[in-house]
Write a protein that binds this ligand. Structure first.
Ligand code: ADP
Length: 402
């Protein structure tokens, strides 16, 4: 069975075609800068034990429909194609950021589902509209092929009321859906499953803290496979320090920015979402650059890393309290997988909680799932490479073969 996974942003379409018999990506690509003159389409065909075959096409991509049409043509291309006909695709899985309270599981897309996703747009004004565009063009280009929505929020729907409700007038929850939803659910779910497999235990017998550190970052408390708390909130702004997002703040800060600095709402939104986090503190949102600058003595880069890892440590402590017993802590995402110093500082001083990292194992370069805790650490610490696209394909397969 072949499943196409699509992740549509406001100016991009990321895609992967999976062979589900071997859970292997047959083709991977991205159409970027859609609608700009400098558009680019990159299509890669992974090759076992070798460099992927690749084509990069520069030039404008008028809109998402043209992007998807070109992707569809590449999949059947004489040279770089991986299928003979698009009818070989059994289903298309779409990443949809916000499922609100309505969607607690992957769902086959029909008109009613589209209408419900649209209803959630005020909760995710930047994400749900492009996701809907992706669904619309994929339905037109792959007619008759089932389309499935896989929601970033769905994994977190098991949070109890005391974790998801804010202490605000209750009407705001009942009438407007104001509450914690959480994001990165596909990644938290995937890495917790892989970690349980690695530990040779059932997910339902383990308590874990999963830490996704990419450009966005979030942490989740998972009790026997069910999420019971997570750091992102109604929007992805809450919680950990991120590349360009501030994370947790004094909620009165926007009043100060407005009253004292006369900033309007859009400016405050931009400041907290795009100009803050690592970038706000030291000028770059790229962790590799932060680490390089820190090494060469840059004090701001040092501050950025300290603030970033201190926040993670605080959440680890909080989620140990929330879970009571913790079996494993899992790091994932571009930073969680590749930055040993971030893992080390985030767990530094937690031996009293039964967490200690083996320096050598932590510093070893690897792209596989691995344990980095010391032999005497009560809580295992793991690095688990995430694969959100594969998880979307797996969920899509479950829905269409049910
Ligand atoms: P996204 O959330 O966009 O999927 P990623 O999960 O790819 O992002 O994470 C991007 C982050 O990972 C960037 O801050 C990047 O600097 C960081 N990163 C990638 N490789 C390394 C590395 N070798 N060392 C430190 N940070 C890294």
């Amino acid at each position: 069975m072949k499943i196409l996974v699509i992740n549509t942003g406001s100016s991009s379409i990321k895609y992967q075609l999976f062979d589900m018999e071997h859970e292997k990506a047959l083709a991977i690509g991205i159409a970027e800068k859609i609608g700009e003159v400098t558009g680019r389409l990159t299509h890669k065909v992974p090759v076992d034990d070798g460099m992927p075959r690749k084509r990069v096409m520069d030039g404008p991509i008028k809109d998402h429909r043209e992007g998807m049409n070109r992707i569809s043509a590449l999949l059947v291309d004489q040279v770089l194609g991986v299928i003979r006909d698009k009818s070989e695709i059994a289903a298309v899985g779409h990443r949809v950021v916000h499922g609100g309270e309505a969607f607690q599981a992957p769902t086959i897309i029909n008109e009613a589902v589209i209408a419900e996703i649209k209803k959630n747009t005020p909760l995710a004004p930047l994400h749900n509209p492009p996701n809907l565009v992706g669904i619309e063009v994929a339905r037109a280009i792959f007619p008759g092929i089932p389309q499935v929505a896989v929601f970033d929020t769905a994994f977190h729907h098991t949070m109890p009321r005391h974790a998801y409700l804010y202490a605000l007038p209750y009407d705001l929850y009942q009438k407007e859906g104001v509450r914690r939803y959480g994001f990165h659910g596909t990644s938290h779910a995937y890495v917790s499953e892989r970690a349980a497999e690695h530990l040779g235990k059932g997910l339902d017998s383990l308590n874990m803290i999963t830490i996704h550190l990419g450009n966005g970052a979030s942490i989740a408390a998972i009790e026997k496979g069910r999420c019971i708390d997570t750091s992102m909130g109604m929007t992805p702004l809450e919680g950990l320090v991120m590349g360009t997002r501030a994370g947790d703040l004094d909620p009165a800060l926007p009043f100060f920015l407005s009253r004292h600095l006369k900033m309007n709402l859009d400016q405050i939104d931009g400041l907290l979402n795009k100009q803050s986090g690592l970038k706000g503190i030291c000028g770059t949102n790229d962790m590799r650059e932060v680490l390089e600058r820190r090494k060469s003595g840059d004090d701001r880069a040092e501050a950025a890393l300290d603030i970033y890892t201190y926040r993670i440590k605080k959440y680890i402590g909080a989620y140990i309290a929330v879970l009571g017993i913790v079996d494993a802590i899992v790091f994932t995402g571009g930073i969680g997988e590749n930055a040993p110093i971030v893992r080390e500082l985030s767990c530094h001083g937690l031996t009293g909680f039964g967490i200690s990292i083996d320096r050598e194992k932590n510093n070893a370069v690897s792209y596989d799932i691995r344990e980095i805790s010391a032999a005497d650490s009560n809580i295992k610490v793991l690095v688990v490479p995430t694969n959100e696209e594969l998880k979307i394909a797996q969920e899509t397969k479950k829905v269409v073969t049910f």
